[in-house]
Design a protein around this ligand. Structure first.
Ligand SMILES: Cc1cc2nc3c(=O)[nH]c(=O)nc-3n(C[C@H](O)[C@H](O)[C@H](O)COP(=O)(O)OP(=O)(O)OC[C@H]3O[C@@H](n4cnc5c(N)ncnc54)[C@H](O)[C@@H]3O)c2cc1C
Length: 322
């Protein structure tokens, strides 16, 4: 018995990562039941769907998410629980596992029903494990399974009643406006900026304003996700005048993130090993560098354009229509 457990989007639908987790759960075989939590829930065609719904369950809050998930697990009594790795599940499900005597593994990247694997030590080592404990909660990362495609035929949702008991009021969200949000995990492309954007160029001057205009212009038109080398974000941390939209969260590499995008383009970045290890999941890699001997040219990129990134990105942005 497998329980697919997820929060819903406003209105009851499922996000992309939830549909991927559902796709994985379905591929395992066995009896599958869906348990949904949200302000509303839409039945998943062909799958018995239970839900805890109501205004309180549409909000991201530990107490209500955990109470709803616990009720759904107890109603289904599954051996395996598959959930997408999201902010809400990552926060609530470890506590639920404790309440129901389950084992839990998070950030799982492959799962066949018996064995789970995940990365350790900043994604440098992959471990595969099995567990005897049941239920076993498995939170799966995005991009590891084809998304389930819900058809039109929606059955009925079986409501599971939970009385929301909480002292925590959600008063709203604070987040950057979407055009300022430069880290976009679902983007088709990673655009990496390196310290070269802040260095003196052939005229002997730095060109910070041009760099910011070209980078932001490209991000706006391509909707790429913005990554950075460590050198560039460290300059910002030291209070130097650098690109204000970069923070350590953008850093890719050994001591940074290991994002997953189909394509990547590195600009003004040398391509040193501690940076490039963060590219291990980027499938197609290109780089623009003035230096034909840069790290990218030594087998780390599929294509290296030996060129001035300022000039190239100017033309690229024009081609994109800006
Ligand atoms: C323990 C450890 C952990 C580390 N972890 C990380 C990490 O997680 N992530 C990370 O990024 N680094 C990491 N580093 C640092 C890493 O080794 C490099 O120092 C860093 O990545 C270099 O950044 P960069 O390529 O942007 O800068 P630089 O090395 O200064 O390279 C700038 C590049 O820009 C090019 N350039 C300049 N102008 C132009 C132009 N107009 N057009 C095209 N190209 C141009 C230059 O040719 C040069 O290649 C780590 C180092 C250590 C020791």
């Amino acid at each position: 018995m497998i329980l697919f457990l997820s929060t819903t989007e406003p209105g009851g639908g499922l996000s992309k990562i939830a549909l991927e987790a559902l796709g994985l759960a379905k591929s395992l075989g066995g009896e599958l039941v869906a348990g949904l939590i949200g302000d509303a829930a839409i039945a998943i065609p062909g799958i018995r769907t239970l839900a805890v719904t109501g205004e309180a369950f549409g909000q991201s809050r530990y107490s209500t998410d955990a109470a709803a998930a616990e009720a759904l697990v107890k109603a289904v009594n599954p051996q395996i629980v598959i959930a997408p790795q999201t902010m809400r599940t990552a926060r609530a499900l470890p506590g639920v596992a404790q309440r129901v005597g389950a084992a839990i593994d998070t950030h799982v990247t492959t799962f066949d029903g018996q064995r789970a694997s995940r990365w350790y030590y900043k994604q440098r080592m992959e471990g595969t494990l099995t567990r005897d404990a049941r239920p076993w909660f498995v939170l799966v990362e995005s991009g590891i399974a084809p998304a389930f495609e819900p058809g039109a035929d929606a059955g009925a949702v079986e409501q599971v009643s939970v009385t929301p008991a909480t002292r925590t009021a959600v008063i709203g969200f604070q987040s950057p406006q979407s055009e300022q949000q430069t880290i976009r995990p679902d983007a088709k492309m990673l655009f990496v900026t390196g310290a070269g954007w802040t260095k003196k160029q052939k005229d002997g001057n730095t060109h910070m304003n041009d760099a910011a205009r070209l980078i932001l212009g490209f991000l706006e038109q391509s909707r790429a996700s913005l990554g950075s080398s460590k050198s560039l974000v460290d300059m910002g941390g030291e209070g130097q005048s650098v690109l204000p939209f970069l923070s350590h969260l953008n850093q890719v590499g050994q001591t940074g993130a290991t994002p997953r995008h189909p394509k990547g383009l590195a600009t003004c970045c040398h391509g040193e090993e501690p940076h490039v290890v963060g590219w291990r999941f980027i499938k197609e890699r290109r780089a623009i560098n003035l230096d034909a001997n840069c790290g990218w040219a030594r087998g780390k990129a599929d294509v290296v354009y030996v060129a001035d990134a300022f000039a190239v990105m100017e033309v690229v942005n024009k081609m994109l229509g800006g």
